[in-house]
Design a protein around this ligand. Sequence first.
Ligand code: 6PG
Length: 488
Amino acid sequence: MREKGEAGVIGLAVMGQNLCLNMNDHGYKVIAFNRTWSTVENFLKGPAKGTAIVGADSLTSLVNKLKRPRKILLMVRAGEVVDTFVNNLSLLLDEGDIIIDGGNSNYEDTVRRVDMLEKKGILFVGAGISGGEEGARRGPSIMPGGNPKAWPEVKELLQDISARAEDGEPCCDWVGPGGAGHFVKMVHNGIEYGDMQLISEAWQFMRDGLKLTNDEMADIFRKWNETELDSYLIEITADILNYREKESGEHLIDNILDAAGQKGTGKWTGMDALDKGIPLTLITEAVFARCISALKEERVDAARIFEKKIEPVTGDSDQIKAWVEMLREALLASKIISYAQGFMLMREASETYNWNLNYTQLAKVWRAGCIIRSAFLSDIAEAFTSEPDIPFLGSAPWFRKQLLGNMDSWRKIVVKSVEIGLPMPAMTSAITFLDGYTCASLPANMIQAQRDFFGAHTFERVDKPRGEFFHTDWSGHGGKTSSTTYEA
Ligand code: 6PG
């Protein structure tokens, strides 16, 4: 081989293969490695045939075939496998070389790897890559973070292979130091869970509540895609509802078991929100909704025991149309809450870890290539441009207008769902969140009184400055000593 490679890719599952091909399309000489040589061979003989992609049969060979500073993209399973490759590579690489982890790694692992490799002079980047197979091949959204010294070296490569927004900007920008890139990808995935759950709830309302057919619902989703809801997930939902199995002509969706899988990034988002004390209710409900769905056999038994029936909504075709429009408005309002909560979590993380996240930039990076791409992300980018420190996205003018304008429909849908026994945990949690967040006087003083009554946990008073704590001997036989104050 005369010329050395410009990028190495480790892990030739579908994402890794497609990223190799994508880099090759952009004129980069790629060296590909996989633990099993036959996978490399099959790739070179198959999808990579006729390209400039070269295989490597060992890590040493991969490293030797790359130009310095070496840029190696890891596309392997998150967790121990990443550590194994990082450790093995660290013995072979030179100072200034770069490892990019493009998997769905936990951001805390990324923090650890950045620090560990920094000590050896190797630059580690944790890059969230979204867009699935198609995105990897044609241009994903990329969220790189980690050792900032790596960015000038990898910027061109990552931006070249990323998706482009309508205005031509690459959907890849530096997110921040440490685990910032993988954190943002984790929140992206959490939002993805929320969007998918909301769409599924709307679909169930139409299917079981309004008794619409798959073809009718496909048309509705297609029309919704021409509104503020314009997004990749709405678009594929319409396609899914239209899809019929070749042999039977039946809609495939009706033959898919209603038990959702999950690989963990949604759960991490919820867990992180609990750790940071951020009310990320919608995404967390979406994770639990997948958990309930997985209890298929128990649900089937319980449905029998409780003689469960969902009473359809009655009405003529105009009334049904009106319900569909209300549902669209409820979906939009709920989606706003989900994104607003996601941005609240990112804001808290940014402050906690000094990441200095740029929310306009993040919204822009998600405009194309990724699973949650949608028209609405441009409105988010605009909101954060006008007010970068806005604590709640829902308060930005465009979003506030949508929330207020759609409020009636949103309430009617949630009330109706409860009335007819149709579960809508995400939409319900969304309105409950807004009702709580906009309530200047919550019943938490009762909780404080109860805590102080039974455990001398103290309370603050409305007529005293914040931060002063009081204890009362409520029953007349308690002590005067209060318990230590600490926050979980
Ligand atoms: C993406 C996706 C991708 C993957 C999810 C699926 O951005 O391209 O989010 O990362 O499809 O991790 O997650 P679950 O299996 O947990 O639904």
